[in-house]
Write a protein that binds this ligand. Structure first.
Ligand code: ADP
Ligand code: MG
Length: 536
C-alpha cells in the first residue's frame, strides 16, 4: 500500500527551504538518511571519482512499492510527515520530501526497490527530473544510483573540488552517520577500493573503536548523564588526547550530526584550566532531547537545530563534562637550591650548567651580570624542534624493534599513505597494514616517546585541510610535530634539561621566537632594569 503523500502547500511553506545538494557528499548524506529511515540494518555506499561519476547507495530496508517509487521523485512527496504537529515530534532523519527530487533534477538516477518480503521490485530511470523508463526488477531493499552529478548545471559542476577532496567529504559524511547509528552496518567503497567496512555494533563505544581503534578510545572518558527531557552520553578526550585541530569533534542531537557553537563552547568551557593554548579536545557528544523542545526544521541540510531554551542544555553539558574530567596533577613544588641562583658569568651565550629559577611552571629565569633572561620553555623547545624538523638533518630516524601497529580513521589512513614520501622526510616511515591500519617502521629519535598516533592525526588533518597560503606544507608540518613533541607548559625542568634546551636554542637560526611567532625569551639588561627602577 502506498505510504507517500504530497505535502499540502500550507505545510510546504513551513519547511526550511534551501539548497540541499551542494556536492557528492550531500547526495550520500541524503540517500543514507533515507536508508536509515527505511529501517535498514546494512547500508552500502559506493562512489567513483569522488562521487562525481557515480554514487550508489544500497540498503536492506523496507523498500517501496511501484506507486511510491514513482511518487518519491515528486517535490514534497514524503511518507514521514503528514501534518503540522508531526513537525514537532519527528523521529525520522528526513521529512521534507525534497531530497530525491533535488537529486534527480541535477543527475541521472536509477532507483531499484521492492517492498519488504516481496520480490516484486521496480526499476525506474529518471534524468534531469524526467522519467525515462519503468521496468519490473526483482530485488530486495532499495538501491539508488546517481550518475554524473550536475551534468546539466556546468556552473555548479565547476565548483566541485578534486576527486580526492570530494571523496574525503564522502568519508566524513559516512563516518558521521556511522557514529550516529551504531546499530547499523556500513560499508564504503571508493574507486573499487574498500575504505570502510563496519559491521553492526552493540554500543557507541564499540562503534568508535571500529572507526578509530581501541588505543584512541582508551584515552576518552565516557560520561553518561540524565535529567528531565535530556540524556547525554559523551566520550571526551582526557589530558593525553588533545589535538591541534578540531578534526575529532562531533555533536549528535537525536542521532543527527549537527554543528552548534553554543554546545561546542560549553565543552571548551568544561576544559578550562586543562586545555593548553591552541589545543583542542576530542569529543563525541550524543544528546537525546525530547523532540518537542528542539527544532530541526531550521536549516536546509538539517545541520543546525534550535532549542526552545538553550541555557539549561548548555549548563547540563558543561557541568556534566566538567565534573567528570580527570583534573591533571598539580606540578610538584620546586626545591630551591641552597646556593645562590645568581650565575656568575651568564651572558646570553649559555654556558653549561646555568643556574636557573623556575617561575611558575612555564618559565625559567636565568640571571647573569649583564641582566636577566626570561625563557618560555614551551616556546623555546618548539623553536628547537621546529628547526630540527625543517632541517631534516640529525633526525636520527631509528628503526623500531617492534614496529607499532596503529588503527587510524579511514580518512587518516588514506591521506597518510598517499603522502608517504613527505613523512619519510621527517624520519617517519609507515607501511600499509590493510583495513585502516598502518605499521610505523621508523621514527625520528626525538619522537621516541611521543604520542605518535596524535602526531599522525595532526599531520593527516594538516594534509586534508590544506596549509595557510603564506606557509609551505613542510613548514606547517614541522611546526605541528614540534608543537606536539615540545615540553608542555606545566612541567618543571631538571638542570640537564634546562642546559640542553638553552644550548639548543642558542644554536637556532631564529632563537627569539617560536614557529607561531611568540617570543621564546626576553632579555632585561642591567640598563633596562635600572630604567625600570628609575635609577638613571
Ligand atoms: P524525505 O526523506 O524527506 O521524506 P526524500 O525525497 O528523501 O524525502 O524521499 C521521499 C520518500 O521516498 C521518503 O519519504 C520515503 O518514503 C521514500 N524513500 C526514499 N528512499 C527510500 C529508501 N531507501 N527506502 C524506502 N523508502 C525510501
Ligand atoms: Mg530523505
Amino acid at each position: 500500500m502506498s505510504q507517500i503523500r504530497i505535502l499540502p502547500p500550507i505545510l510546504r511553506n513551513k519547511i526550511a527551504a534551501g539548497e540541499v545538494i551542494e556536492r557528492p557528499a550531500s547526495v550520500v548524506k541524503e540517500l543514507v538518511e533515507n536508508s536509515i529511515d527505511a529501517g535498514s540494518k546494512d547500508i552500502r555506499i559506493e562512489v567513483l571519482y569522488g562521487g562525481k561519476r557515480l554514487i550508489k547507495v544500497s540498503d536492506n530496508g523496507k523498500g517501496m512499492d511501484r506507486e511510491d517509487a514513482l511518487l518519491c521523485f515528486e517535490r514534497y512527496a514524503t511518507s514521514k510527515l503528514h501534518n503540522e504537529e508531526d513537525l514537532f515530534r519527528l523521529s525520522t532523519m528526513g521529512f521534507r520530501g525534497e531530497a530525491l527530487p533535488s537529486i534527480t533534477s541535477v543527475a541521472k538516477v536509477r532507483l531499484v526497490t521492492a517492498p519488504e518480503s516481496t520480490h516484486r521490485g521496480v526499476s525506474i530511470e529518471i534524468t534531469g527530473g524526467e522519467i525515462k523508463s519503468v521496468k519490473d526488477s526483482p530485488s530486495v531493499g532499495t538501491t539508488v544510483e546517481v550518475r554524473d552529478l550536475f551534468f546539466n548545471t556546468p556552473a555548479r559542476r565547476k565548483f566541485l573540488k578534486a576527486d580526492n577532496t570530494e571523496s574525503f567529504h564522502v568519508i566524513d559524511r559516512v563516518t558521521e552517520q556511522a557514529l550516529a547509528h551504531h546499530e547499523i552496518g556500513f560499508s564504503l567503497v571508493s574507486d573499487n577500493r574498500e575504505i570502510m567496512r563496519i559491521p553492526v555494533a552493540s554500543s557507541r563505544r564499540e562503534r568508535i573503536v571500529q572507526i578509530y581503534g581501541e588505543e584512541f578510545v582508551c584515552r576518552l572518558v565516557d560520561i553518561n548523564r540524565e535529567t528531565t527531557g535530556i540524556t547525554m552520553n559523551c566520550f571526551v578526550a582526557n589530558e593525553s588526547n588533545l589535538r591541534s585541530s578540531k578534526t575529532y569533534q562531533f555533536i549528535f542531537i537525536n542521532k543527527r550530526p549537527v554543528r552548534d557553537s553554543s554546545l561546542t563552547h560549553a565543552i571548551y568551557n568544561a576544559y578550562e584550566g586543562i586545555l593548553p593554548q591552541k589545543k583542542h579536545p576530542v569529543f563525541f557528544l550524543f544528546l537525546t532531547i525530547e523532540p518537542g523542545v528542539v527544532d530541526v526544521n531550521v536549516h536546509p541540510a538539517k545541520r543546525e537545530v534550535k532549542f526552545e531554551n538553550k541555557e539549561p542544555i548548555y549548563n547540563f553539558v558543561l557541568s556534566g563534562i566538567k565534573d567528570n574530567l580527570p583534573r591533571p596533577l598539580q606540578p610538584k613544588p620546586y626545591d630551591f637550591p641552597s646556593t645562590s641562583v645568581i650565575s656568575e658569568a651568564f651572558e646570553l651565550g649559555y654556558r653549561t650548567s646555568v643556574s636557573f629559577m623556575p617561575i611558575g611552571d612555564a618559565f625559567i629565569a636565568v640571571s647573569g651580570p649583564a641582566g636577566l633572561t626570561l625563557v618560555d620553555q614551551h616556546a623555546a623547545h618548539e623553536r628547537v624542534l621546529y628547526e630540527r624538523f625543517l632541517g631534516g638533518v640529525d633526525m636520527n630516524p631509528y628503526l623500531l624493534l617492534f614496529p607499532r601497529q596503529l588503527q587510524l580513521s579511514p580518512k587518516e589512513y588514506h591521506v597518510l599513505l598517499a603522502n608517504g614520501p613527505i613523512l619519510k622526510d621527517f624520519g617517519i616511515e609507515l607501511d600499509d597494514f590493510g583495513h585502516n591500519s598502518i605499521v610505523v617502521r621508523s621514527l625520528p629519535e626525538v619522537l621516541r616517546d611521543a604520542d605518535i598516533r596524535g602526531i599522525l592525526a595532526d599531520i593527516a588533518s594538516c594534509l586534508t585541510e590544506g596549509v595557510p597560503p603564506d606557509r609551505e606544507l613542510r613548514e606547517t608540518l614541522a611546526a605541528k610535530i614540534a608543537c606536539h613533541r615540545s615540553v608542555r607548559g606545566k612541567t618543571i625542568l631538571k638542570q640537564e634539561e634546562v642546559d640542553q634546551l638553552l644550548s639548543d636554542l642558542q644554536k637556532c637560526r631564529h632563537p627569539d621566537s617560536c614557529p607561531h611567532g611568540r617570543p621564546t625569551r626576553i632579555f632585561l639588561s642591567l640598563e633596562d632594569l635600572k630604567k625600570m627602577f628609575k635609577r638613571t
